[in-house]
Write a protein that binds this ligand. Structure first.
Ligand code: CA
Length: 237
């Protein structure tokens, strides 16, 4: 199946280098030089992966990423952010607005190709093989119901809107209620990262997940000094 990448990057040399190498890796590649143009190409081509520069002439990569995530027709694309800055805060902000991964400039092009390929594979897997759940049905903890096939989340019967990372975090926690997941474990399983970003990212996202869960926020418990868990159904209620 055709795998598509949209590159949103105003530095032509960088864009050309990526185009050439991603085509060499078998991707169909389209490039755009501004955020607005890039969003148009993303909506037109519905790519598997978007390579998104942080500093664009018309808007920031963060804003572009938010708009991609807000559009259900393209929102599940993998987003790899290119940043000239290596500051942890920039990376965390990128991940918070929904980027899946980032590469700091100047980058090794082979690394970008590998990361884009990994994101495309993850998306293909997610689409082809929904997460395993008991009996293939809905996961339920307290008022939360999560359908691993459709990715629908309901709280007390009402649909909830979660960002992709919040969804992944929730699904992992409710897949094994009562089990405590450490921050490192969550980073590894939800972000597929090992040790190269601060575990504070996990806390930031758990906080956001709780906000999204509203009245059901207390299903996600903090285990001080260790990590987080979904409460065992019935416990505490
Ligand atoms: Ca730029």
């Amino acid at each position: 199946m055709e795998r598509r990448v949209v590159i949103i990057e105003d530095e032509r040399d960088v864009a050309r280098l990526l185009e050439f190498n991603l085509r060499g890796a078998g991707f169909v590649v389209v490039s755009a030089e501004t955020g607005a143009q890039g969003l148009g190409e993303v909506q037109r081509h519905k790519p598997d992966v978007v390579v998104l520069d942080l500093m664009l002439p018309d808007q920031s990569g963060y804003d572009v990423c938010k708009q991609i995530r807000a559009d259900p027709s393209v929102g599940d694309a993998g987003v790899l952010m290119l940043t000239a800055r290596g500051e942890a805060e920039d990376r965390i902000l990128g991940l918070e607005v929904g980027a899946d991964d980032y590469v700091v400039k100047p980058f090794v092009v082979r690394e970008v190709v590998l990361r884009v390929t990994a994101l495309a594979n993850r998306l293909a897997e997610r689409r082809a093989r929904p997460a395993v759940s008991e009996g293939g049905g809905t996961l339920k903890v307290g008022p939360i119901e999560l359908d691993p096939v459709t990715h629908d989340v309901r709280i007390a019967g009402a649909p909830a809107q979660l960002r992709p990372l919040e969804y992944k975090l929730l699904q992992l926690l409710v897949s094994d209620p009562g089990r405590v997941f450490s921050r490192e474990e969550l980073l590894e399983q939800v972000w597929e990262m090992r040790g190269d970003i601060n575990t504070r990212t996990v806390d930031v996202h758990v906080r956001r997940l709780r906000v999204s869960l509203g009245a059901a926020a207390d299903v996600i418990e903090t285990v001080h000094g260790f990590g987080y868990r979904a409460r065992r159904d019935g416990a505490g209620s």
